[in-house]
Ligand binder design. Sequence first.
Ligand SMILES: NC(=O)c1ccc[n+]([C@@H]2O[C@H](COP(=O)([O-])OP(=O)(O)OC[C@H]3O[C@@H](n4cnc5c(N)ncnc54)[C@H](OP(=O)(O)O)[C@@H]3O)[C@@H](O)[C@H]2O)c1
Length: 550
Amino acid sequence: MGGEGCWLLILAALGGILREGEFYEGYDETSGVAMKHDKGQSDSVESRHLRSCEAPVEEWKAEPVALVIFGGAGDLGKRMLLPTLFTLYREKKLSADSCIVGAGRREMSDEEYRGLVRRSLDDFRREVAGQDDVEAFCRRVFYLRADVRSEETYKQLCRRIAQISSESPIEGLIYYLAVPSSLIQPIIEGLFGRGLCAGSLEPKVVIEKPFGSDKASALRLNELILKHLKESQVYRIDHYLGKETVQNILFFRFGNSIFEPLWNRRYIDHVQITVAEDIGIESRGEFYDTAGVVRDIVQNHIMQLIGFVAMEPPSGFEANLVRDEKVKVFRAIRPMSDEYIDSFMVRGQYGPGEIGGEAVCGYRDERNVAGGSNTPTFFAGKFLIDNWRWANVPFYVRTGKRLSRRVTEICVVFKQPPLRLLGRTCDIIEPNSLVLSIQPTEEMSLQLNVKKPGGGNEPYAINMNFDYAKSFEVKTRPAYERLLLDCLNGDLTLFARSDEVEAMWEVVDPIVSRWEIASGRDFPNYDAGSDGPRESGALMKADGRKWRRI
Ligand SMILES: NC(=O)c1ccc[n+]([C@@H]2O[C@H](COP(=O)([O-])OP(=O)(O)OC[C@H]3O[C@@H](n4cnc5c(N)ncnc54)[C@H](OP(=O)(O)O)[C@@H]3O)[C@@H](O)[C@H]2O)c1
């Protein structure tokens, strides 16, 4: 049966469960059409944080801003930020009077930087655009040679901003820190030292992940930043939160009334989260070899996914209300002792192998990686959330580089029916499961059991699918577009708050420390192109469960 047909059937069936008389006639004033409403709706209450439905939706007003990108000629700048800003500029979401100042170590004139911008747009922009648009955009782009540890840099930046804004006034100032995390502190100190974060423009600071390298360093960084800025000026970015399907977890949970009653320890057996990559560490050897998989992926992306799946309904869809609920989840994750880590956490490092028919090297042979490195590139583990909703429901998590396929998904596995009523005794009923796929496909799929046609009583598992691209026939906005737009608009909902970042570090710090002290003796322990080390499967098997196929 077609996916949407199936969803309709379920909704119709649920509608049928309501007894007659539970509907009342209504009248749609706009269309003049008579309608039926569920009586329950008349009891539903608007969050007191929600604007009245009658209020007109606010018009987007793009104000001219100066956007300074530290690391404006780096990989992130070229691949993501410049093409994204160009898209927003073309869509008039970024005012045409805005200016972009790229800052970096190398010597470059404005004109040379504009050449880099043109090449970046040629290679990475997602739309077809005329040369006139490209040239108009480039005229608003400037370059500053910057040594972030030198006071002179900030003096020059001051002058540059004053000069540009005297020609066309700006109404906002954003500093985007697209640099290695060790440079965040000197940049923040440099900006504060020159008063570049003060003033009526209330500058915003966007900080890339990773934010610190453990809880202590994140705390220090937060203290430094919040000495001079309000929390509302700080945008700690994790691009996962900009993905439509990640945000859709909240819409799915809180926009439907049929799943939330099941969303707890009574009906859910366990949750699986997979963030598998088929790529290796590419040019990030220097960073990766000191960070490893836990700091790179678990502390941020995976914690955020756990937060969205496990959080309580917030009392409104506002930044702090949503962030409050996520922090409560992180604080409820059971602290891990060394024994717990040794028993329920698995690490791995890839050796050579084959992916997509191509031979690839092992981690230790990657560029800028130490020959005998013990840095883990794979993680699997069991997290327990000790609160009323999730007590004893394991959240199994796995992530790794050079796995067989690129896939990010959350699978919520429901409990088995209480009685084996159907089929012969040897029939196996697959538990219901709900899969929220985040990449490469953006879809949801609910697995149900039906009767297989024929004489016997054979249960058969089917999938009902909802595919974002097919249903909406539009491409979803890339994560960076959404997040930069939110930043321009001052919406912090999809950015991490200081206490949130610290709480996420608090969860993973014991794992990092344990593994730094007791380093992996058996590395490499999985082949590139496989599904990770054998112990990852054994972790599930010990609990009588199994991973979904990657
Ligand atoms: N690349 C991605 O896809 C990606 C994704 C998510 C998060 N991030 C995060 O984004 C940040 C930047 O990553 P990246 O991949 O763009 O790194 P990158 O390619 O190495 O670029 C680093 C940039 O920082 C500049 N820089 C380094 N030291 C400097 C100094 N002392 N003074 C002034 N500028 C200096 C470099 O200037 P030059 O241009 O002159 O060398 C370069 O523009 C990192 O925190 C990373 O974790 C990156």
